[in-house]
Design a protein around this ligand. Structure first.
Ligand code: GUN
Ligand code: ZN
Length: 426
């Protein structure tokens, strides 16, 4: 067992942040299995229960759950900051040409290694990630994640039409490849597979039908895609699938809305769409830096809450502009202001933080596994320095409440705050 003494942040089941100013985190790191949290709480109350415990003294720091990125594209690491009029020209002019390079396993592994090092530097310990349409890109990502001991989910992108040579795949082969990858990787160590139709416009009905059949046969495999991000995209999806009630409903019509189905963006939805998200258990990956950068729109938190729709935060690199959860939480705050202006409410710092940790884990069906530091959770956490910059030191020294401390970190924080990222106790 190992103890860590520092301030401690974790979340109750109802998303309420719990804070111990002088906390103790006790990790059971018995060799041979993934280390888990044995106890977390006030140091004075807990320490007597663990006489002789080896304790790392990290006082002055804040230990918090490792961040969970609900939607990111590792092959778009080098696409960050590509300017375009909107989503569709961005895909055509930058993203598809770049992704065509990932047929090369060596190239893919180089980017994957950089990507994971970057995630860890930013305190992100679990990600649901797009690969590309190339099998090699999936193997590269899983191998790189496995070597770092990460809990990580990815999948081969399915896109058998309206995609250029070099990224377009073959309908039948794409489904065979998907099933072979599920069998090779899903449930190995801490790895999981996600069936990954890019978005409805780049898949034939046959490919979506096949994806839905795989989703039914492998119920604990994830599904990830994009929906209702951009008005031109929505118009296009409507032309291609006129028989579906809406863009979102298209996915439902092919069996792709269920628990463990994660849809990026979910911006331009109506009440029936939100009700369908809630009733099927599908979840939204809110990607505010991407939505602001590509001019896609604003996720409607108030409407999502009213519908009982679940969601969590995502970087969506490379439409998104940063790997930093602090930048993403701040952008989500701006977006929340947009629609909460109507109600006079705005997102609290604790709720923003929850959306990027325990909330995102819950959206993945991994509550009690990652994204929190309650007993039983896997020991993935970050050690944060609230005095990482002169301005942060000044601001956090004046914080009179947990909200003020968390807000200072969200508004002023970035990778400089993350002094250590611990994955599975290491
Ligand atoms: N829709 C389809 N593909 C993509 C992608 O790569 N990024 C974003 N933001 N939206 C998409
Ligand atoms: Zn995306």
């Amino acid at each position: 067992m190992t103890g860590y003494r520092a301030s401690l942040l974790r979340f109750a089941d109802d998303a309420t942040p719990q804070f111990d100013a002088d906390g103790l985190l006790v990790v059971d790191d018995t060799p041979g299995r993934t280390p888990v949290v044995l106890a977390a709480g006030d140091h004075a109350a807990l320490a007597p229960r663990y006489p002789g415990l080896a304790v790392q003294d990290l006082r002055g720091h804040l230990i918090a759950p490792g961040f969970v990125d609900l939607h990111v594209h590792y092959p778009q690491t080098d696409v960050i900051g590509a300017p375009a009029a909107g989503l569709l020209p961005w895909l055509e002019n930058y993203t598809f040409p770049h992704e065509s390079r990932f047929h090369d396993a060596g190239y893919a592994r180089g980017v994957a290694d950089f990507f994971f090092d970057e995630l860890l530097r930013h305190g992100v310990t679990t990600a649901l990630t797009f690969a590309t349409s190339h099998v090699a890109s999936v193997n590269a990502a899983f191998e790189a994640a496995q070597s770092r001991g990460l809990r990580f989910i990815t999948g081969k992108v399915l896109q058998d039409r309206h995609s250029p040579d070099g990224v377009r795949d073959d309908t039948e082969q794409s489904l065979l490849d998907t099933e072979a990858l599920i069998q090779r990787w899903h449930g190995v160590d801490r790895l999981g597979y996600a069936i990954t139709p890019r978005f409805a416009p780049t898949s034939t009905p046959a490919q979506l039908r096949g994806a839905g059949e795989l989703a039914a046969n492998y119920a604990d495999v994830w599904i990830q895609s994009h929906v209702a991000e951009n008005l031109d995209e929505i118009r296009w999806a409507g032309e291609l699938f006129p028989q579906s009630r809406s863009y979102l409903a298209t996915y439902g019509d092919f069996g792709l809305l269920r628990e463990r189905a994660v849809y990026a963006h979910c911006i331009h939805m109506d009440a029936a769409d939100r009700a369908q998200m809630a009733s099927t258990g599908a979840v939204a990956a809110v990607s505010p830096t991407s939505n602001l950068f590509l001019g896609s729109g604003f996720f409607d938190y108030a409407a999502a809450d009213a519908a009982g729709m679940r969601y969590g935060l995502a970087s969506d690199v490379g439409g998104g502009t940063s790997f930093s959860p602090f930048h993403t939480m701040l952008a989500a705050y701006y977006v929340g202001r947009e629609n909460h202006t109507k109600t006079g409410l705005s997102l609290s710092p604790g709720h923003l933080w929850w959306q990027h940790t325990a909330g995102a884990a819950q959206a993945l069906g991994l509550q009690g596994v990652v994204g929190n530091l309650q007993p039983g959770c896997e020991a993935d956490f970050v050690v944060l320095n609230p005095k990482a910059t002169p301005l942060l030191a000044r601001k956090t020294a004046q914080a009179d409440s947990l909200d003020e401390l968390l807000f200072a970190l969200i508004v002023l924080g970035d990778d400089r705050v993350v002094v250590r990222t611990v994955v599975a106790g290491r």
